[in-house]
Design a protein around this ligand. Structure first.
Ligand code: AMP
Ligand code: MG
Length: 403
């Protein structure tokens, strides 16, 4: 059996990132992957500006008095263009440009206007540069803001906008064909016999891949029939960068996917040392990458997340393909047999400042409820045996693209 890390490494080694790019407006670029690093062409902020509503002044003018004469105002977008002279201050608003020669801002709450004299009394003694956001304090011209291969989040789009960048070069989106196999499967919304089940995998897989940022082509439900499975593969390979299907990769009598793909393409049927999800297929069919997931719904979901998605991320040109692993204390004992890495579904809670993790319920590889009610995967290492309450375990929060 192949260790999980070896399986991932073999796939990553096989994948060459796609090279085709397109230029998109930033409003359309969320979840897309940068084809090049982004360097700032601006200082951010671009000019010294006020962090508060209040008064801009010269610190040295407060040596003999606490009262200064207001001589103008600086508003965001409407700067004061004159220069401060001795004994003067400028009313200033948040984000407004600091007038020439002013070197601090006193917040309005720390001032008082004398109705008779019109002078502003400063009720505290500030330090130099107080409440001033200095030019370039966040970013300087030439700073690398994003590395090549970075996947853009909503705040990243905001950062690009703040740098004045409207259009950006990204990798083209991967197209991934998805289908399910199995004579027992029925499309949701239709009635079924008592010996049939509804096809759930295709919906999970489709949604996860869409969330991961890919263009998904859904080829539907394919019966356990060699010709129909072969047709589905040939059709999928024409348009898609990768094919993800579930079911039929095991050694059962009706596991035609395995037979068909062996005739059509170059594929490895792997036994990966993981639970759930031992059978997994990886290879190529007519130029498209192929990921054959096991049919059991939890196995399909976990192998997609743990094995196929890192490979797809590499193919898509994404830079960081590792997810964050955290520590938690086992809130109860977990049954585990050494020999395979377990991805048990857990519920992690913070109790008195400590993360404690509990089982999310029955762990059968067909029981999607464990993923529905769980909020994390408990990663139990391949060689580990039973886990006693109180031991440390590694967890991975269930987040996009699963949740
Ligand atoms: P298989 O890998 O085809 O042997 O299927 C293993 C188990 O997963 C069987 O109990 C199947 O009925 C079930 N299964 C296969 N495909 C799906 C699917 N698309 N949705 C839900 N269950 C499935
Ligand atoms: Mg089947």
């Amino acid at each position: 059996m192949l260790a999980v890390s070896e399986a991932i490494q073999q796939m990553l080694n096989a994948m060459e990132p796609i090279t085709e790019t397109e230029t998109l407006h930033i409003a359309d670029a969320v979840d897309r992957i940068l084809d090049d690093s982004v360097t700032s062409t601006l200082d951010v902020p671009s000019y010294d500006n006020s962090a508060m509503d209040g008064y801009a002044l010269r610190l040295e003018d407060l040596q003999d008095t606490d009262a200064l004469t207001p001589v103008g105002q600086s508003l965001a977008g409407h700067p004061f263009t004159g220069e401060l002279k001795g004994g003067e201050c400028i009313r200033i608003m948040t984000g407004a440009k600091i007038p020439a020669s002013a070197n601090c801002v006193i917040a309005q709450e720390s001032t008082e206007v004398n109705d008779q004299t019109g002078k502003v009394h400063m009720l505290m003694s500030p330090s130099k540069n107080a409440n001033i956001r200095k030019q370039g304090e966040e970013l300087k011209v030439g700073n690398v803001v994003f590395a090549r291969g970075h996947k853009l989040t909503p705040v990243d789009i905001g950062m690009l906008a703040s740098l004045g960048i409207a259009n950006i070069s990204v990798k083209r989106q991967l197209t991934i064909a998805v289908f399910s196999t199995g004579d027992e499967l029925v499309q949701p919304g239709h009635s079924k016999r008592s010996d049939q089940i509804y096809d759930s995998n295709r919906f999970v897989i489709h949604a996860m891949l869409a969330r991961a940022g890919y263009n998904v082509v859904n080829l539907g439900l394919i019966p356990d029939n060699k010709q129909e499975i072969a047709d589905a593969f040939m059709q999928a390979a024409q348009h898609a960068d990768a094919i993800v299907c579930s079911g039929g990769v095991s050694v059962g009598d009706a596991d035609y996917t395995k037979q068909v793909i062996e005739e059509l393409g170059s594929v490895g049927f792997w036994k990966v040392a993981m639970k759930p999800g031992k059978p997994f297929a990886f290879g190529q069919v007519n130029g498209a990458w192929f990921f054959g997931l096991p049919g059991n719904p939890v196995s399909a979901t976990i192998t997609l997340q743990q094995l196929a998605i890192p490979a797809l991320q590499r193919l898509a040109g994404e830079r960081d393909v590792h997810s964050l692993i955290l520590n938690a204390i086992a809130g109860e004992s977990f049954k585990k047999r050494a020999g395979r890495a377990d991805f048990q579904r857990g519920i992690v809670r913070n109790e008195n400042g400590e993360n404690r993790v509990y089982s999310a319920g029955p762990q059968g590889s067909g029981m999607l409820s464990s993923l529905v009610y769980g909020n994390c995967l408990i990663h139990l290492e391949q060689d580990r045996g039973n886990v006693a309450k109180g031991e440390f375990v590694s967890i991975q929060l269930l987040s996009a693209p699963i949740k």
